[in-house]
Design a protein. Sequence first.
Length: 156
Amino acid sequence: MWSEQQHFFVDYNHHKASQSKVLSAAASTALFFNLATDQQAQHIAERLSRDFLKAGGIVTTFTSTSQQWDSPNGWAPLQWFAVKGLNNYGFSDLSKRIMQNWLTMVENDFSVNQCLLEKYNVCVPQLKAGGGEYVVQQGFGWTNGVTSRFYTLCED
């Protein structure tokens, strides 16, 4: 699933026998599970820092659609995969920036909404996330868990 052309892990369509052109923050799972080479990890870290890192954390994709898994949305599990994966390969400065961006956004949003949400607009954190088949859900477990873990990591 490594794309030499993109220098990034991408989805692979078995039916078409081709790699996806869509870049996703899910590529960081290879770092999370220690499956990337050091050189691949370097490429992923550079791309995450340059293109995926936004004011509120890591954006899911660059594609802006009405779907919930696309830009401008960010999801807690993808933040966790990126942070843990980057730490696995020694990119602690970048992982700290991701955590700080996420925590600042969550804190600011919490002061307005008085709850944690399922997903966030990480590109413009003052705007609500959207897309998908239902309204943004409150009090989501993965947001609670990842945010709590980030506070613990920031203390270390």
